[in-house]
Design a binder for this molecule. Structure first.
Ligand SMILES: [Zn+2]
Length: 396
């Protein structure tokens, strides 16, 4: 199935992709490289959308499922190059590993998908049911699942395979993620005469104490809903002899299935109402953080930071089909869930499309100094993608 020549191409392709730096918003060059690669391989249907994400579609000659293999090409930046023993964008191959930013998250997975699909097409021509689509998305590290909305509108997949790292296991869900901004308000005054003002930080202390007493949701498979303070700032900052009129903090909230924008904020808003009722000087609000970024195409991409969780039952037919495919390729995956957030938040969480996750590398290998991928994992992932194609394309 995967000859020595194909496996060598896989290693080289992964290293090559890593050598093309592509932090979020700067993916133009790597997308251009992929466009060229798919053109050369004779792909009849390549599209780069307004955000700059690329999809390459291959149609079989019979009716069947549309399978979307979802990857992102953006990476987090390298903030401390001196802490790396290897060149972050060198794609160095040594000790059966490839080193560099994006190897584990997730250019290795994308390379594995490309080689798996190209090999499948070489072996089968168009003699297969349905359609195979590879996506290379942008701005995933900025907001999970937002660029995916356009991809899913174009592709309309029946089944999505999230190619993010699962350590070669089969993921059937993930917690989602929200960023909640809480603000308290006061009244400015000279700090030599604080009784003339209302200190917004003292109001925030009351709110934080109340929020910390909230019970977060829990799920038997996905775990705890988490509500953790990640930053806080008073204003004006620095405060030069002034009672601060505003204090703002952000909470990271991990979302379980069936949690909505409304149900997640409601208990916090109830606390705010209670504190307000007991203290006329207390004023606060809680909202979701919003973000806007620029794509390399010039298009703006923006989102409310609420990315839902999702979970499918392991008895679902498409999950059994994927498992069969992986086993037929010689893998022995556990059925797991992601602990981090992926583009599955859109596909499964927002759009209700059947979604699974399968990819090389352990989750903790992402975003670290001296990020690497083991060549063995890369090859096994490639075998896995190849193996799951036939059962997923014809899954009823
Ligand atoms: Zn990723």
């Amino acid at each position: 199935m995967l000859s020595e020549q194909r496996l060598k191409y896989l290693t080289d392709l992964c290293a090559e992709l890593v050598r093309i730096k592509s932090c979020s918003g700067e993916e133009k060059q790597v997308i251009g490289y992929l466009e060229n690669l798919f053109k050369k391989s004779g792909c009849p249907d390549i599209l780069i959308d307004e955000y700059g994400s690329l999809t390459a579609r291959f149609a079989g000659k019979r009716a069947g499922n549309t399978i979307l293999f979802d990857s992102h090409v953006d990476t987090v930046p390298v903030t401390d190059q001196d802490a790396w023993a290897s060149e972050p964008f060198g794609g160095k191959i040594t000790d059966n590993r490839i080193y560099g930013r994006g190897t584990a998250d997730m250019k290795g997975a994308l390379a594995a998908v490309i080689v798996a699909v190209q090999s499948y097409l070489e072996d089968h021509g168009n003699d297969f049911p349905g359609q195979i689509v590879i996506s290379a998305g942008v701005h995933e590290e900025s907001f999970e699942g937002i660029a995916s909305r356009r991809i899913s509108r174009r592709v309309n997949p029946d089944i999505v395979v999230i190619c993010e790292a699962t350590n070669l296991n089969l993921a059937r869900g993930q917690r989602g993620r929200a960023e909640i901004v809480m603000e308290t308000f006061g009244k400015p005054a000279h700090s030599s005469n604080p009784q003339a003002g209302i200190n917004a930080v003292y109001n925030m202390m009351n709110l934080l104490n109340a929020v910390r007493s909230l019970r977060v949701s829990e799920h038997p498979v996905l775990g705890r809903g988490i509500l953790e303070l990640t930053d806080i700032k008073s204003s004006p900052y620095p405060g030069l002899s002034v009672v601060p009129a505003c204090c703002r903090c952000t909470f990271d909230r991990r979302l379980l299935v069936n949690e909505t924008e409304g149900t997640v904020l409601q208990p916090i808003r109830t606390l705010i109402d209670e504190l307000q009722a007991g203290n006329p000087d207390f004023k606060a609000r809680a909202v979701y953080a919003e973000g806007t970024e620029t794509c390399y195409t010039g298009e703006m991409i923006s989102a409310r930071r609420f990315f839902p969780g999702w979970l499918y039952d392991e008895t679902e037919s498409f999950i059994r089909s994927a498992l069969t495919g992986l086993q037929s390729a010689g893998l022995d995956p556990d059925i797991t869930t992601y602990s981090f957030c992926t583009n599955g938040s859109h596909y499964a969480g927002e759009a209700g499309i059947k979604t699974i996750g399968f990819g090389p590398s352990a989750e903790h290998q992402a975003h670290i100094n001296d990020e690497y991928i083991e060549i063995y994992q890369l090859q096994q992932a490639c075998r896995g993608y190849y193996g799951m194609l036939a059962p997923l394309l014809s899954d009823a």
